[in-house]
Write a protein that binds this ligand. Structure first.
Ligand code: MGP
Length: 216
């Protein structure tokens, strides 16, 4: 059975994570397999960044998701510069991955002191992804939660930065799922821009050009 369901229904399954994998009590298969990654880079060098990203585990059932989620340190407990990445299996959480190369990310920022909110939005985002809650699931690669000194950050990575119709639809749904008030603006950044910014920084130059950004 492929499991596409609401946050509430997925939450109800939380305490069934100890169900044995027997034919009588089959685990609930998700529509996609997902992989959780972690990195806490202490370098600004691009090549070293890739080496710092570590795969935690892949899962394909609701029960295995809860087993992982309940055993991981919460985002608010991550060190500054730490990130969790939840991506469809087979997609690396890197700008250069072929699936992400023409994509970008919707970003929501949070005050550092909003630790509870950070943990809650990561749970909501994870449930929305594994429960296939977005109308444009095929355009979504995954999500990243980032602990930073000034402002924490939640990003939803999508595949087609140039498709403004799809991106605005995803961005609006992201705001709705995260309960971001409509007066609060969120922005979209193409990965291409991030790559150029890092390349320019390495050369010591400023990057002023922006390829395709949205705000909703
Ligand atoms: P970041 O965590 O996305 O940015 O990337 P943040 O928190 O704004 O930090 P800042 O130092 O850029 O202000 C931090 C650094 O990790 C980037 O500057 C890159 O050097 C590296 N990096 C991050 N990502 C997601 C990638 C990636 O996908 N590809 C490569 N090559 N480097 C990356």
């Amino acid at each position: 059975m492929s499991f596409e369901n609401t946050k509430e229904e997925l939450q109800l399954m939380e305490h069934k994570d100890s169900i044995p994998d027997s034919p009588a009590q089959k685990k609930h298969k998700l529509a996609h397999s997902w992989t959780m990654w972690y990195d806490s880079p202490n370098t600004t060098n691009n090549m070293d960044w890739k080496l710092s990203v570590k795969k935690i585990v892949s899962f394909e059932t609701v029960e295995d998701f809860w087993c992982l989620f309940n055993n991981l340190v919460k985002p608010s407990g991550l060190p500054v510069k730490g990130n969790y990445h939840l991506f469809k299996e087979g997609i690396m959480p890197a700008w250069e991955d072929p699936t992400n190369a023409k994509g970008g990310k919707w970003v929501i920022e949070f005050e550092r002191r909003q630790a509870d909110i950070l943990d809650q939005v990561w749970l909501y985002t994870s449930l929305a992804l594994i429960g296939e809650q977005f109308d444009d699931m095929s355009d979504i690669s995954g999500a990243v939660i980032s602990c930073r000194r000034q402002r924490n950050r939640l990003a939803l990575w999508t595949k087609s930065a140039m498709d403004d119709k799809v991106q605005k639809r995803i961005g609006n749904q992201f705001k709705k799922i995260m309960e971001v008030p409509s007066r609060v603006k969120i922005g979209y950044q193409p990965h291409d821009d991030s790559l150029k910014r890092v390349a320019q920084m390495e050369k010591g130059a400023k990057h002023g050009h922006s390829s395709k950004t949205y705000e909703i």
